[in-house]
Design a binder for this molecule. Sequence first.
Ligand code: HEM
Length: 150
Amino acid sequence: MKIKIHLVAAVVATLCISTFFTATILVELFGSKESIATVKNLIVTPGLFFLIPALAITGISGFNSAKNRQGRLISNKQKRMPFIAANGLLILLPCAIFLNQWAATGTFNPQFYIVQAFELLAGAINLSLMGLNIRDGLRMTGKLRPSKAQ
Ligand code: HEM
């Protein structure tokens, strides 16, 4: 059960970040200022209300399930999680809030685009780290075979 909760939360968190990331790139490339403001608003509400709890549940359920386990896969997952959480809470969250406020008032100045670039970079880093945690999780549950090098 615990691991089902972990899996669902991990999938929701990863889907949130990948959706925010893709929607941001598409709307910045092809959308109007109004549609950028709409996407920035949707990322904050309801987006962050799904992402933050999903990330927290992923971490808590992961550490709980890991209590009596040892090995390289679990220790790598453990080491990545603080970066994923800090990146989410200290970078993605404030960036999303500022970008939403600026977009709502039509403030598309260089500052907006610097923070936007920074948010995309942080999102890409988190997606990579989460991808590695998914790979290692699936290897641990035997759903993915280890590569030959291991
Ligand atoms: C965002 C971060 C994380 C993601 C995306 C993630 C993803 C996953 C996935 C997809 C699975 C496979 C579940 C299944 O096949 O049913 C899994 C399993 C697991 N994960 Fe995570 N995980 C994350 C963080 C963590 C953390 C921080 C820990 C604790 C150190 C952890 C511990 C575990 C354990 C113990 C399993 C189950 C292994 C087993 O039952 O054999 N995960 N994880």
